[in-house]
Design a protein around this ligand. Structure first.
Ligand SMILES: Cc1ncc(COP(=O)(O)O)c(C=O)c1O
Length: 383
């Protein structure tokens, strides 16, 4: 075992030297926005709970009732005995929201992406993927064993060039992108990518982890302009604005049926706890009932970007680009001293040289605190 420990220690030392070592910090979330960390009470701008629904009374009640009624876990994979009837209700809700024929819910967003792509693309296939797409889309692309080509961020011309050059040599092709980019907060040009996909028989898959509930009137990024963009593979997660857990794909009925049969992360993984599914359904109810509330995170993010003098936020995510890892850590520490939790995001989560603070705005952030944060960012980070 000596070589094993030595290997681990060497890797950790190398991370330390590059300011890339991470640690798990115990965080107690008091409510939707306040956290206790290292004995300090901080206002969090680092949670993806955009609508604070993790704490919503109706969501908690639905989860608690399901927990009491059905127990803590699901006991087996969905294809064995873990397919609780609540799944059908949740999937029908998601499909209706996304104007798709059908939906399938996975154990998490990561599991969804790792499972979906290899069902559609094999060793002779092609995946054309945005360079800033989320790590789990890359994981799915690599698991497919197909050829993976990266296009420059949001650069449809580059994606077209790649397809023109490589599409013919592959049996099937997928264009893959985040709908809302998780570390940058910008939106993908889904309408242009959809047109490109149609022209080259390349299926478009968007990951709307950060769009569901908060952009496009709560329906997500393919609904964010005036028109609905018919993205054939709409993936997302229930762990952000929905405040619960689990991932999903909305698509045509045959595609969803194929996923239920072939997606290994669905077939060989235990179903979600019923309480989580019940919580997610209750959260979707809140979003449907209260569209003005669902619009607040982007509104608050815009208040911030306007106060700081940054381009208008397109989503609840606002990156403050800093560059060097240690500078990003120092900026995060400065804000913590002022009572704010703003996590530093470093490579490999973001490209080298682009360490940043990733700020996330939620419906319940008080305006005066947003103004105070904006003042600190403007005067002590960006000046
Ligand atoms: C764009 C994107 N896709 C997928 C995921 C993974 O989702 P989950 O946390 O449900 O596994 C995340 C979350 O980290 C994400 O930001």
């Amino acid at each position: 075992m000596h070589s094993l420990d030595a290997f681990a220690q060497e890797k950790l030392d190398a991370l330390d030297r590059r300011h890339l070592r991470r640690s798990l910090t115990e965080t107690f979330r008091e409510d939707g926005i306040w956290v206790d960390r290292n004995g300090r009470r901080l206002l969090s701008f680092s949670c993806n709970d955009y609508l604070n629904l993790t704490q919503h009374p109706a969501v908690k009640r639905a989860a608690a009732e399901a927990l009491a009624k059905y127990g803590a876990g699901s006991g087996a994979s969905r294809l064995v005995t873990g397919n609780h009837p609540l799944y059908a209700a949740l999937e029908a809700r998601l499909a209706a929201l996304k104007q798709a024929e059908a939906a399938v819910v996975f154990g998490s967003g990561y599991l969804a992406n790792a499972g979906i792509i290899p069902v559609l693309i094999g060793a002779d296939g092609l995946v054309v993927i945005d360079e800033l797409a989320h790590a789990c889309l890359y994981a799915g692309a690599q698991l497919s064993r197909g050829k993976v080509l990266t296009f420059r961020h949001n650069d449809v011309v580059h994606a077209r060039e790649l397809l023109e050059t490589h599409r013919a040599a592959h049996d099937r092709a997928l264009i893959v992108t985040d709908g809302v980019f998780s570390m940058d907060g910008d939106l993908a040009p889904l309408d242009e990518l959809h047109t490109l996909g149609e022209a080259h028989d390349a299926w478009l898959m968007s990951d709307d982890a950060h769009g569901l509930g908060v952009v496009g009137g709560g329906r997500g990024s393919s609904f964010s302009g005036n028109a609905h963009i018919p993205v054939p593979l709409q993936m997302g997660t229930l762990s952000k604005a929905i405040g619960a857990y689990g991932g999903y794909l909305c698509a045509s009925a045959p595609v969803i049926e194929l996923m239920r049969n072939r997606a290994r992360t669905l077939v060989y993984s235990t179903g979600l706890p019923p309480a989580i599914i019940a919580g997610a359904i209750a959260a979707l109810d809140v979003i449907a009932r209260e569209p003005d509330y669902a619009a607040l995170p982007v509104k608050k993010a815009r208040t911030f970007t306007q106060a700081v003098g940054l381009p208008d936020a397109e989503s609840p995510i606002v990156p403050i680009l800093i560059g060097a890892e240690e500078d990003a850590l120092a900026a995060s520490a400065m804000l913590a001293d002022e009572g704010f939790l703003a996590a530093a995001i470093r490579p490999p989560t973001v490209p080298a040289g682009t360490a940043r603070l990733r700020l996330t705005f939620t419906a319940q952030h008080p305006d005066d605190e947003i103004a105070r944060l904006a003042g600190l960012v403007r005067e002590r980070i960006l000046s």
